[in-house]
Design a protein around this ligand. Structure first.
Ligand SMILES: Nc1nc2c(ncn2[C@@H]2O[C@H](COP(=O)(O)OP(=O)(O)OP(=O)(O)O)[C@@H](O)[C@H]2O)c(=O)[nH]1
Ligand SMILES: [Mg+2]
Length: 297
């Protein structure tokens, strides 16, 4: 019997936990079952109480104190500990039926999605046929306000692509908090962010400032805030961004779905993409009519 799940990932503050909460509320309203797994050992408050919480296995606070680690090192330690204690997941998830959507709320430390091999191992474990066998979809959130700074947007897109390549499961990318950019970006421009368009760098409004500075900064003077700003907007920086954007374009893997958690239709639309990715509906038994619906007829 297959199980179904979505792993909600992305940089710190991208809106992962808020999306998980909106998704659970939406599922409940539609009489679907959710199983909420919090894998962020630093998360403290939740709109919906997790059904399984990594904090019951290991606490980031204890790790930081006992192992003398900072928050990022502590998080990696927690995940390594989880990988040595995978029974913690198996015991809780094994009995779930195909009716459930298992929602994994992940931490925001970017290194988890880029170069540390823990997540691929975890994903392989969750999806392994004959074991938990979860049909898993990865949902990578990037905050839509990133589009205001094009260099930041392409850097974020590169991190999304890195997660896609690393995890090798069906994957959707999401621009979250769309309500925050409503009316600020023209529709025509937004399309170029939804499917990354490298020419966005050619007509970057930030370039106007760059041309004025006519920069390639003398490294000897690098140090003051002003010089740092000049460096970040210099010709070398532009070449770097163009190279990153070219890389993203050559793989042609990333495109985004738009999410506004305050809008129920938007959450429903993302859910239908997730359902498609994991082929949720194909495994569902036809539902019996609810009693009052029968009475109405
Ligand atoms: N306006 C708006 N704010 C949002 C939305 N989604 C999340 N936020 C806000 O963004 C902030 C961060 O949201 P979280 O859901 O905690 O983000 P996260 O990705 O789980 O953060 P970490 O777990 O710390 O990495 C909170 O203040 C949320 O209220 C949205 O769709 N619209
Ligand atoms: Mg969170």
């Amino acid at each position: 019997m297959s199980k179904y799940g979505v792993m909600v990932m992305g940089p710190a503050g991208a809106g992962k936990s808020t999306f998980c909460a909106s998704l659970i509320t939406h599922l409940q309203l539609n009489r679907r079952s959710a199983f909420y797994v919090n894998l962020d050992p630093a998360a403290e408050t939740f709109e919906h109480t997790p059904d399984l919480d990594i904090k019951d296995l290991i606490s980031l606070e204890d790790v930081m104190e006992e192992m003398q680690l900072g928050p990022n090192g502590g998080l990696i330690y927690c995940f390594e500990f989880l990988m040595e204690n995978l029974d913690f997941l198996t015991e809780a998830l094994d009995s779930l039926t195909e009716e459930y959507l298992i929602i994994f709320d992940m931490p925001g430390q970017i290194e988890l999605y880029t170069h540390i091999p823990i997540l691929p191992t975890l994903v392989r474990f969750l999806t392994q046929p004959g074991a938990l066998d979860i049909r898993l979809c990865a949902a990578y959130l990037l905050e839509s306000t990133f589009v205001v700074d094009r260099a930041k947007y392409f850097a974020g897109t590169l991190s999304a692509m890195s997660a896609m390549i690393l995890l090798e499961v069906p994957h959707i990318n999401i621009l979250s908090k769309m309500d925050l950019v409503k009316g600020q970006v023209r529709k025509k421009d937004m399309k170029r962010f939804i499917t990354p368009d490298t020419s966005l760098l050619d007509d970057d409004p930030a370039d106007i400032g760059r041309k004025k500075a006519d920069v390639d900064v003398d490294m000897d003077t690098y140090g003051s805030t002003q010089d740092k700003n000049a460096l970040m907007s210099g010709a070398t920086f532009k070449r770097l961004n163009t190279a990153v954007a070219g890389l993203i374009e050559s793989f042609s893997m990333v495109s985004y779905l738009k999410l506004d958690c305050t809008d129920e239709d938007s959450v429903q639309s993302i859910l239908s993409y997730i359902d498609d990715c994991i082929q949720y509906h194909e495994a569902q038994e036809p539902r019996e009519l609810v009693e009052d619906a029968v009475e109405d007829e």
